[in-house]
Design a protein around this ligand. Structure first.
Ligand code: 13P
Length: 287
């Protein structure tokens, strides 16, 4: 069922668990994530970065693929199709294409401009029954060419954005995209606590889910995190499984070069990674 992320976020926040937002790159990714969510009876969010949107042939192509899979694979759990780190223009494109959720990442703008643009998008998405994620404080690291040094969000700015009527709020708390570097000091729970104290029941979003130790994930959830984004970890498990298949020479045995065989171990690896995350986030059985 393609739905906005609103209800799943509110339930997660109230129920003290988090919904995984997994970035998709192609058909294998999307099918693996959807089938795992269905098997585990978990709500799920499919994240699409602007770069991945281009790669997959455009937002409308993605909407067609996701809706088709939901129908033909009998996916009955709640699924949100969500633009990840959207630009202002990108949000409008996805609203038009039929996404059920968008993130407007206005963290690069001065706070007044971030507030103004987010406010406008609250009205537009609200009219369409879509959910909206906003961001305060850049997430560190590099994702699809968007480079941010990673900063901690200002709790007052978080409140200003949260009060606009958004569905969920991403706030920088020392998290970064991609693998965490040696000597990373960990999440800033003091900052998360002050943000959580200011924003009431607003579901918070933790980006850069790859490589955050389980105890930190659990603590973040206890402090209001209701959506956790995972991208790199699925890429790493897909790559490792595909490498193993090729290094074992399996692509050269029989019809092992058939993409349906060649990509199968990677597909299974994504399923295993998604399962592990859903179990850790506590969303299993919450559909
Ligand atoms: P990772 O690639 O670090 O898992 O981050 C994903 C993310 O935050 C997508 O917005």
């Amino acid at each position: 069922m393609l739905v906005s992320a609103k209800e799943m976020m509110q339930k997660a926040r109230a129920g003290h668990y988090a919904v995984g937002a997994f970035n998709i790159n192609n058909l294998e990714w999307t099918k693996a994530i959807l089938l795992t969510a269905q098997e585990l009876q978990s709500p799920v969010i499919l994240g699409v970065s602007e770069g991945a949107g281009k790669y997959m042939g455009g937002y409308k192509t993605i909407v067609g693929m996701v809706k088709g899979l939901i129908e033909e694979q009998n996916i009955t759990v709640p699924v949100a199709l969500h633009l990840d780190h959207g630009s202002y223009e990108g949000c409008y494109k996805c609203i038009e294409a039929g996404f059920s959720s968008v993130m407007f990442d206005g963290s690069k703008y001065p706070i007044d401009e971030n507030v103004a643009k987010t406010k406008e998008l609250v009205a537009v998405t609200g009219e369409k029954g879509m959910s909206l994620e906003a961001e305060v404080g850049g997430i560190g690291g590099e994702e699809d060419g968007v480079v941010s040094m990673g900063e901690c969000a200002d709790p007052d700015e978080c409140k200003a954005i949260a009060d606009l009527g958004i569905t969920m709020l991403a706030a920088g708390i020392g998290n970064i995209h991609g693998k965490y570097p040696e000597g990373w000091p960990g999440l800033r729970f003091d900052v998360l606590e002050s943000i959580n104290a200011k924003v009431g029941e607003m579901p918070l979003v933790l980006h850069g889910g790859t490589g955050i130790p389980a105890d930190m994930i659990k603590k973040a959830i206890s402090l209001g995190v209701s959506k956790i984004n995972v991208n790199t970890e699925c890429q790493l498990s897909f790559a490792a499984a595909t490498r193993k298949y090729i290094e074992e020479g399996k692509d050269q045995q029989g019809k092992g070069y058939d993409p349906r065989k060649l990509l199968a171990p990677g597909f299974e690896a994504i399923k295993a990674t998604v399962k592990e995350k859903m179990e850790l986030f506590g969303s299993v059985g919450k559909a």
